[in-house]
Ligand binder design. Structure first.
Ligand SMILES: Cc1ncc(COP(=O)(O)O)c(C=O)c1O
Length: 367
């Protein structure tokens, strides 16, 4: 398998150096937490291999939060949602297998099936259709041998969430052809519309992937998971996990356990902070005539579009190099650079206001 390096990785703020960025609107998470926020003493932790599926208490808590009668046995921990998506793809797919995947998307959802040489059909989300998921298009694309339908909700980079009804329809279509449905719900805990249940609630063939990175603000521990009702499938996925790294990091699992134990208070704080930040962005974009957007319905990112005729190369140059402000340009998502992703959950209120003002100034400078 061959993997090209993705622009979103190469140009990411952590590769560029956080110290070079004044207004960082590239992040798709809440503000990063510190170990001190957890009040966790790890000095007595024995640095041994851990349960290959992962710490049973951590899995039990994740299952409990997912509800729907799930138990620790329905959960496998991975090194972030990224590894979860990778493990699902390499375990289920072979060259030539037919899959349907939403585009744009978080890179791994597309890149791993591509590297595996799958036969991929895309459901392209269209700005002019409100980035809405096209169920009829999915119906027209599935074949009797479709192996996987892959969706992300709330979606990155648009912030548009699927409704429970849409998820049900997607699952029904998958069941009609025997495909699995991979639901990347890494942003589920960040919905500011009522959260949909964990997607495994919709059927046996659904594989749910998520992590602590975005909504808990701890991407520096690599802790994600796969939830499935199909224990045979989870066993197969464990075999791949063991080939990659035997088990997870015991430190990450201890930290993750403590974080999930205090999920309710953290997530409440997040919801409030995200709601405030969202109001700031909405108010700004309402008066920014050089941009238009599809209002997001979850997560902490949006994907506005510049009006036609703006020189995008000069815009990003001015934004980055004159104002020290960074956003996620469209090419990070294989889209036109007229689009850019704004992450509003991570910056402080001052950074967010400064970054949005910088975008407006840069747009005017080059228009
Ligand atoms: C939709 C989505 N899925 C998965 C990931 C991977 O995140 P992590 O591996 O940190 O959990 C990301 C990261 O940006 C994402 O946006």
């Amino acid at each position: 398998m061959h993997f090209p390096r993705m622009p979103i990785e190469e140009e990411s703020p952590e590769q560029l150096g956080y110290d070079k960025i004044k207004f960082n609107l590239t992040e798709s998470s809440v503000r990063d937490r510190t170990l001190a926020d957890l009040g966790l003493d790890l000095s007595k932790t024995v640095l041994a291999y851990t349960d290959h599926v992962a710490h049973p208490d951590l899995r039990a808590l994740i299952a409990q939060r997912a509800s729907g009668g799930l138990t620790a046995d329905n959960v496998m921990i991975t090194a972030g949602a990224a590894a979860a998506l990778f493990i699902v793809a390499i375990s289920l797919l072979d060259a030539g297998d037919h899959i349907v995947v939403v585009r744009p998307n978080y890179a791994t959802n597309i890149e791993t099936p591509r590297a595996l040489r799958c036969a991929i059909d895309y459901i392209d989300l269209d700005f002019d259709q409100g980035f809405a998921f096209d169920i009829d298009k999915l119906k027209s694309l599935v074949r009797p041998n479709t192996k996987l339908i892959s969706v992300t909700t709330p979606h990155n980079p648009t912030g548009v969430a699927l409704s429970a009804d849409q998820l049900k329809q997607i699952v029904a279509i998958a069941e009609s052809c025997g495909a699995y449905v991979l639901v990347d719900e890494t942003y589920r805990e960040m919905s500011f519309i009522p959260k949909t249940p964990v997607a495994t609630a919709y059927g046996e063939r659904v594989i749910s992937v998520a992590s602590l990175s975005k909504s808990f603000g701890i991407p520096g521990i690599r802790l994600g998971w796969i939830i499935s009702r199909d224990k045979g499938l989870l066993y197969r996925l464990l075999c791949a996990k063991e080939q990659i790294g035997i088990c997870g990091s015991i430190i990450d699992e201890e930290i993750g356990l403590r974080a999930v134990q205090q999920a309710d208070s953290w997530l409440k704080q997040n919801d409030e902070a995200i709601a405030r930040a969202f109001a700031t962005v909405k108010e700004w974009i309402g008066r920014e005539q050089l941009l238009e957007w599809v209002e997001p319905s979850g997560g902490c990112v949006c994907f506005p579009r510049m009006r036609e005729g703006i020189d995008t190369v000069r815009f990003y140059d001015r934004l980055n190099n004159h104002y020290g402000a960074y956003v996620g340009p469209g090419h990070w998502f294989e889209q036109s650079d007229r689009f850019f992703r704004v992450g509003y959950g991570w910056p402080t209120p001052e950074e967010l206001a400064g970054g949005l003002a910088a975008i407006s100034s840069a747009l005017r400078d080059v228009s």
